[in-house]
Design a protein around this ligand. Structure first.
Ligand code: UGA
Length: 391
């Protein structure tokens, strides 16, 4: 069923009027963004603006209303801020006049609808029975584990989930950096081997040039900051962030190992989005890599099937923009795979050998069979020790 179908059937209505939205419904979900402030701490301005609007609307409503926070917020946000904002704006007392709950989402960009329809689990955080009951009823038709807990635990769970996944990726990237120094070792084989252990699992163990996006970087920074403010050391979070901070520069170092200086060299960057199948470049590692290349005096050409428009806004005419991968690598002295778009998997080693001025390739996402490519190009891959016999 599409959004249009729902609008046609009258099951989905939109309005820009918060009063109308609250007065014509029983439950309001707050789904606004929670960016970071300069110091990394969570910026609650949108959550509080929404809380305030809902509170004002509730002044005109006699019936009990449930407010559910879906936005990612650090523990005690509902208790200390949202509750107060709604109470002040509505003149009502929480749990009597209105209910409060947290219902974190675990959706991935690009597969949000599928993730929503087939969740691994649903987490409901509420401190009163009525709020809990209403949310349980809303999700009653979903056939998945459901976890009912209190508000603070549900708030923290979302951070724990993102932090654990990011830690898994940073861990495998760290192992990859070690492999690069150990002839014959390959992080891909290590990831496969440890992934068979059902206590570890195979997912989110793809080593690469680092992780980005609109969620993990902001959430891990907010969690690290929350730890500091709570006087609890969170060394795994700090290390996860630190590994990721440096990871994009591994690609540059690998290029320098092959080219010595990058000054005035034409370098092609293939892939700009923070992951494939999106045009989103928020906290994308490609931005750091392009900046680092420019700092080293390289002439940078970039290509991405979807994200060029967004990247142009950052680099304008300081770099050149190609219309295809083949155009991007033409006459180049080094090509770097930064996002693993399927389109790049289709390129053949002969394409690089034929079009580039010097066929040097850095596989920052492990999309190529290095052994097959070595016959045509000089290739270095993230997480691969030189002369890997198993490859
Ligand atoms: C992430 C989480 O996966 C969702 O569960 C969560 O709901 C969401 O953040 C959020 O907080 O809203 P998303 O940002 O869409 O979702 O991206 P992911 O698919 O998780 O990938 C994150 C980054 O890790 C990407 O840059 C990706 O390239 C990188 N990654 C992922 C790796 O480098 N290796 C892997 O094995 C997996």
């Amino acid at each position: 069923m599409t959004i249009e179908d729902c609008v046609d059937k009258g099951t989905l209505r939109t309005t820009c009027d918060p009063d109308e939205a609250v007065l014509s419904s029983d439950v309001t979900f707050i789904t606004v963004g929670t960016p970071n402030k300069e110091d990394g701490s969570i910026d609650l301005k949108y959550v509080l603006e929404a809380s305030n609007m809902i509170g004002k609307a509730l002044r005109r409503k006699n019936e009990w209303h449930l407010i559910v926070v879906k936005s990612t917020v650090v523990p005690r946000t509902i208790e200390n801020f949202v509750r107060k904002a709604i109470e002040e704006a509505s003149g009502k007392v929480a749990f009597k006049g209105f209910g409060l709950a947290v219902n974190p989402e675990f959706l991935k960009e690009g597969s949000a609808i599928e993730d929503f329809m087939k969740p691994d689990r649903i987490v409901i955080g509420a401190n009163d029975e009525k709020s809990m009951r209403v949310l349980e009823e809303i999700y009653s038709s979903f056939d998945c584990p459901k976890l009912a807990t209190n508000i603070n635990t549900a708030e923290l769970m979302k951070y724990a989930n993102n932090a654990f996944l990011a830690m898994k990726v940073s861990f495998i990237n760290m192992m990859g950096n070690l492999c690069e120094k150990l002839p014959g070792t390959d992080v891909e084989v290590i990831a496969k081997g440890i992934g068979f252990d059902c206590r570890i699992g195979p997912l989110f163990l793809r080593a690469g040039a680092g992780w980005g996006g609109s969620c993990w970087p902001k959430d891990l920074k907010a969690l690290a900051n929350f730890g500091k403010n709570t006087n609890v050391r969170l060394p795994l979070i700090e290390a996860t962030l630190e590994i990721n901070e440096n990871q994009p520069y591994r690609v540059i170092e690998l290029a320098e190992e092959l080219l010595n200086s990058l000054k005035l060299r034409k370098i092609s960057v293939l892939g700009l989005a923070f992951k494939p199948n999106t045009d989103d470049i928020r906290e994308a590692v490609s931005i750091k890599i392009v900046k680092a290349l420019l700092d080293r005096g390289a002439k940078v050409s970039v290509y991405d099937p979807a994200a060029i428009k967004n990247v142009r806004q950052i680099f304008d005419n300081r770099i050149s923009y190609a219309n295809s991968a083949l155009e991007c690598i033409k006459d180049s002295e080094c090509a770097m795979i930064i996002t693993e778009w399927d389109e790049f998997r289709e390129l053949k080693p002969e394409d690089y050998a034929r079009l580039m001025k010097r066929p040097i390739l850095i596989d920052g996402r492990r999309i190529y069979n290095t052994k097959e490519y070595t016959r045509y190009v000089k290739i270095k891959a993230i997480g691969l020790g030189e002369t890997c016999p198993s490859n």
